[in-house]
Design a protein around this ligand. Structure first.
Ligand code: PLP
Length: 379
């Protein structure tokens, strides 16, 4: 098998699994219990919070564990909307956000929110002047993703944070694809809320976190017990929390090394596809893109058909976002980046990890070239 779908999910690192295992059967105490077994778990949560905070230049009390990126996005946006209604109901986001953000905004529109969905250019980049012009006296939140899951484009998060701060508007970034892969400093970037998800950086699935700047007020999301300082109730997912912290530490330690390896392979793969497959169009920004992210549209084919044929050859890839699999329409991200509808149907995303090899990439290019040719003949 050749796994090229690391934007969908990553392999849980062996050291992460090893750290998690005792929390199933040995240290199984509830972090809320007062006896020793419980305090063991409590200590692990405290350490995990500290570890994650350090990777962001944040304070431990600014980290809240959640069940993943989707929950973190929902929490930040819904809670800001609820707690800032005295100031306004206007939220600015972009047309290329993940559905965890877009569908949350749509839901809030049904409850009186006014949402501006910013355009992006052909590379998937937001326009800072357009963003600044969109700010109104009733704007309460700007939510822009750090890096796009479908086309890999990295947005100018620092300058966006600067604009938000100048105008006294809160700033949320969905960093699910960026965290663990790109450096993040929440204070310097003026980020008020940041969503991340364990399974995107070799951690476990079903656990994530939301960074909340302690200077902001953010209401509770899940009501119940006192866990996560009463803001996100529910017995802690101990193996998950321990696992995500080990994964975060590992990702931070190897970030530069992995990024160097992945971006070299990424550029090689882009070069080979462009050289060997006619009618291939790179989507997203050529250089301002995630280290391991390659995405193309191929003229005259359906991406889904190519994926099935790649799978038959043992290659795991995707047509864009795993969350939209089964949705027959072309991707909202590609359409927003101006890709014609017909061409957008032929999209394929290949996302690498440091475990891939150049030999694998050569095999993938050869397979893909044959598949694209075959599909075009069948038209
Ligand atoms: N945001 C982005 C940019 C993503 O890529 C994803 C997952 O693909 C999510 C949010 C959702 O994260 P999770 O799978 O942890 O709910």
């Amino acid at each position: 098998m050749i796994y090229l779908d690391n934007a969908a999910t990553t392999r849980t690192a062996p050291e992460v699994v090893e750290a998690m295992l005792p929390y199933f059967s040995e240290y199984y105490g509830n972090a809320g219990s007062i006896y020793g077994l419980g305090s063991q778990s409590k200590k692990a949560v405290i350490n995990a919070r500290k570890t994650i905070a350090e990777t962001l230049g944040a304070q431990p009390n600014e980290i809240y564990f959640t069940a993943g990126g989707t929950e973190s996005d929902n929490w930040a946006i819904k809670a800001v909307y609820e707690s800032c209604q005295d100031r306004g109901r206007h939220i600015i986001t972009t047309k290329i956000e993940h559905h965890a953000v877009l569908h949350t905004c749509k839901y809030l529109e049904g409850r009186g929110a006014r949402i501006t969905y910013l355009d992006v250019d052909e590379n998937g980049l937001v326009n800072l002047e357009q963003m600044e012009r969109a700010i109104r006296p009733d704007t309460i939140l700007i939510s822009v993703m750090y890096a796009n899951n479908e086309i890999g484009t990295i947005e100018p998060i620092g300058p966006i944070g600067e604009i938000a701060k100048e105008h006294g508007v809160l700033f949320h970034t969905d960093a699910v694809q960026a965290y663990g892969h790109l450096p993040i400093a929440v204070e310097q970037m003026h980020i008020d809320f940041l969503s991340a998800s364990g399974h995107k950086f070799n951690g476990p699935k079903g656990v994530g976190f939301l960074y909340v700047n302690s200077k902001t007020r953010l209401g509770s999301f899940i009501h119940g017990g006192q866990q996560e300082r009463g803001r996100r109730a529910g017995t802690e997912n101990m193996p998950g929390i321990v696992g995500i912290a080990v994964a975060a530490e590992r990702a931070a330690a190897y970030m530069d090394e992995h990024a160097a390896v992945e971006s070299r392979m990424r550029d090689y793969l882009i070069h080979c596809i462009e050289g060997k497959i006619p009618g291939a169009r790179l989507t997203g920004h050529r250089t301002m893109r995630l280290p391991g992210h390659v995405s193309f549209c191929f003229e005259g084919i359906q991406g889904e058909s190519a994926l099935i044929m790649l799978d038959m050859q043992g290659i795991c890839a995707s047509s864009g976002s795993a969350c939209t699999t089964g949705d027959p329409g072309p991707s909202h991200v590609l359409l927003a980046a101006g890709v014609p509808e017909e061409l957008a149907r032929g999209s394929i995303r290949l996302t690498l990890s440091e475990e891939n090899t150049m030999e694998e990439l050569d095999m993938v290019v050869e397979s893909l070239a044959g598949i694209v040719e075959k599909l075009r003949l069948l038209r």
